[in-house]
Design a protein around this ligand. Structure first.
Ligand code: ADP
Ligand code: MG
Length: 285
């Protein structure tokens, strides 16, 4: 815990050899590192205290949420140390890069490939929600491939703004998340909860299948909010003609403006498209 006695940080920092930078984020960078004692490769997120504007609870919250999470498709929290200027959070390493990069490289995913990725993420989100954790920032930059192989599974990373809700009626109100991925009830400052993650997965599924985001044509946040609340999901023919109705129904269900009408993670996993029974093998489109 922060504030509790820690071994002098230079001792722990010396336990690791710092290597290449894996990514950069809001408060610092993430590096690939090797734990010298057993040669294990890890990822260390370095957070500059000066950038936290005095709110050091952010770091503490990220650790508190992650400490109890153990799932094959969620980055594992391993250790923490700090120096005068920085916090260091140690996580299991994902070497395969961001889902974001693979969308950029491939343009779009076939339905069968998309089902595989989205199902993996949903299994992890089901676990999170069972543990009353709302991630709040699901997007392709925070979904990482464990390794470089074509079969590599995805893991969820970045619990920087994740939140524990103590019971079903617990309502969150902080406006946060990433533009284009946040649910309308967050933008409206209505109370919200677990369904915001389902919404983000709807945006991600849409993006995977066509290579662009569902509200790209909205010129302002206000316009986007109206489109969301009208349940406007446009499947432009020239990009979507080869995609199954099951996929479109699935996306429309996740992008329901009423959070209570969205499927839960468990329900989504039972929908035909995500079970893989209706997805087309449209790799050559
Ligand atoms: P931020 O909250 O600043 O967005 P993230 O936790 O998302 O920080 O980390 C920033 C980037 O660093 C990620 O998008 C990813 O590219 C990389 N990264 C984060 N955690 C890991 C990890 N465990 N293994 C590999 N790369 C990681
Ligand atoms: Mg991130």
């Amino acid at each position: 815990h922060l504030g509790q006695p820690q071994p002098p940080s230079h001792v722990k920092k010396k336990d690791y050899r710092f290597g290449r930078m894996l990514g950069s984020g809001t408060f610092g960078e993430v590096y690939e590192c090797v734990r010298k004692s057993d040669k294990t490769s890890v990822a260390i997120k370095v957070i500059r205290k000066a950038l936290l504007n005095g709110d050091h609870t952010l770091v503490e919250k990220e650790m508190d949420v992650m400490r109890d999470l153990h799932h094959p498709n969620i980055v594992e929290y391993l250790d923490y140390f700090e120096s005068r200027e920085r916090y260091y959070l140690v996580f299991s390493l994902a070497t395969g890069g961001e889902l974001f990069e693979r969308i950029t490289q491939r343009g779009r995913f076939s339905e069968q490939d998309a089902v595989r990725e989205i199902r993996t993420v949903f299994q992890a989100v089901e676990y999170l929600h069972e543990h009353n954790v709302v991630h709040r920032d699901l997007k392709p930059e925070n979904l990482l491939y464990r390794d470089n192989s074509a079969e590599s599974p995805l893991v969820i990373a970045d619990f920087g703004i994740a939140k524990t809700v103590t019971d079903e009626s617990d309502v969150l109100t902080t406006v946060c998340g990433s533009y284009g991925y946040v649910a309308p009830e967050i933008m409206r400052r209505h109370g919200y909860g677990k369904p915001v993650d389902i919404w983000s997965l709807g945006v991600i599924t849409f993006t995977l299948l066509c290579g662009y985001s569902p509200y790209y044509y909205c010129e302002t946040p206000q316009h986007m909010l109206l489109a969301m609340e009208r349940h406007e999901v446009v499947f432009e023919k020239r990009y979507w003609w080869g995609v199954s109705e099951g996929a479109k129904e699935f996306i429309r269900a996740l992008l329901h403006p009423d959070p209570a009408k969205r499927p839960t993670a468990a329900e989504a996993l039972r929908m035909p498209w995500l079970r893989g029974t209706t997805a087309l093998d449209n790799d050559l489109l």
